[in-house]
Write a protein that binds this ligand. Structure first.
Ligand SMILES: Nc1ncnc2c1ncn2[C@@H]1O[C@H](COP(=O)(O)OP(=O)(O)O)[C@@H](O)[C@H]1O
Ligand SMILES: [Mg+2]
Length: 292
């Protein structure tokens, strides 16, 4: 997508080069210029982000702290598909929970769509979480006592939306992710891949700005994992959603447009896919993973 815009920009500026006899601009070109200059909205901006956990040491009052994130700086713009990689325990989930406003930074700033989150009240944070962020977890976290259809609609119901609208939207997503025939079933009757597609539908139902996924293929066999990553890629490309996804699987990561590698609490590398094919990007990721 980014490359598409770059290409368009290139094309437009080539068309704008001074020519001896300037022709009146075709309407189409003016239209293209308008879309080409439109800046992408910043969804996430973190500045010097720190997260420490207090650890009580036994036998005395002194507290130690575990420093997990040690000063991260990065920006995620709309329609990006960012992967986060790093060794187990390096703070990927901590980072995702912080970006999802479930956890708070110890120090530093986090802006969500331009809002400085540390200045927001807890109920304002909860509103953003419910309406503007969709979560997908490794363990699906579906409600066992609710049917597939009820699970998908849950965020809309919690947001007190019109019931008929909820049903319509729920059906739409179920159809999109091949779940229509499972709407009356319960989570225990589904395969892992089906559960994750229910979770993805639920994450999308409130039409959020951002999807956060923590190892979404981590508990799936490779075939179901492929279906899930293809679904996420479609959500990014076609529905134009911004996605930040933690994964340890280079094959899964190669679907992203950018990978942030974390090591020892800092960003080891911020790798962009640019024009690389999935296979080329996979090779680059494998190479970088050796340094983790
Ligand atoms: N709530 C918590 N309290 C104390 N330590 C925690 C807490 N959550 C995570 N940690 C510690 O922070 C480190 C990073 O954890 P996590 O973000 O889950 O890593 P990852 O997702 O990369 O495997 C680990 O050492 C973990 O034990
Ligand atoms: Mg984790």
């Amino acid at each position: 997508m980014e490359n598409g815009i770059k290409e368009r920009k290139k094309k437009v500026s080539a068309e704008n080069k001074p020519v001896k006899q300037r022709q009146p601009k075709a309407e189409g070109v003016a239209e293209k210029e308008k879309t080409a200059v439109k800046p992408r909205k910043t969804v996430i901006k973190v500045e010097e982000l720190y997260r420490e956990y207090a650890k009580l040491s036994h036998g005395d009052e002194e507290t130690e702290s575990i420093k997990v994130l040690k000063g991260l700086d990065f920006v995620v713009k709309e329609q990006e598909f960012v992967g986060i990689m790093g060794k187990s325990g390096c703070g990927k989930t901590t980072l995702l929970k912080t970006l999802g406003l479930i956890d708070k930074p110890t120090k530093g700033n986090l802006y969500f769509c331009g809002k400085e989150t540390r200045k927001l009240w807890n109920d304002e944070l909860a509103d953003i979480r419910r309406r503007e962020i969709g979560f997908v977890f490794q363990d699906f976290y579906l409600m066992d006592s609710l049917s597939v259809s009820e699970n998908i609609m849950l965020p809309m119901v919690l947001d007190k939306k019109n019931v008929r609208k909820c049903m319509e939207k729920g059906k739409e997503y179920a159809e999109h992710f091949g779940l229509s025939h499972l709407m009356k079933k319960y989570p225990y009757e589904l395969s892992g891949g089906e559960k994750q597609r229910v979770a993805i539908s639920r994450a999308l139902i409130n039409n959020p700005d951002l999807i956060l996924a923590d190892e979404p293929t981590g508990n799936l066999d490779s075939k179901s994992g492929k279906i899930v990553i293809d679904a996420l890629e479609r959500i990014n490309r076609k529905m134009k959603k911004t996605i930040i996804m933690v994964t340890h699987d280079p094959q899964v990561a190669s679907h992203c447009k950018r990978i942030i590698f974390l090591k020892d609490g800092v960003i080891l590398e911020d790798l962009r896919r640019k024009g690389a094919s999935e296979e080329e990007f996979y090779e680059k990721i494998i190479e970088r993973m050796k340094d983790l």
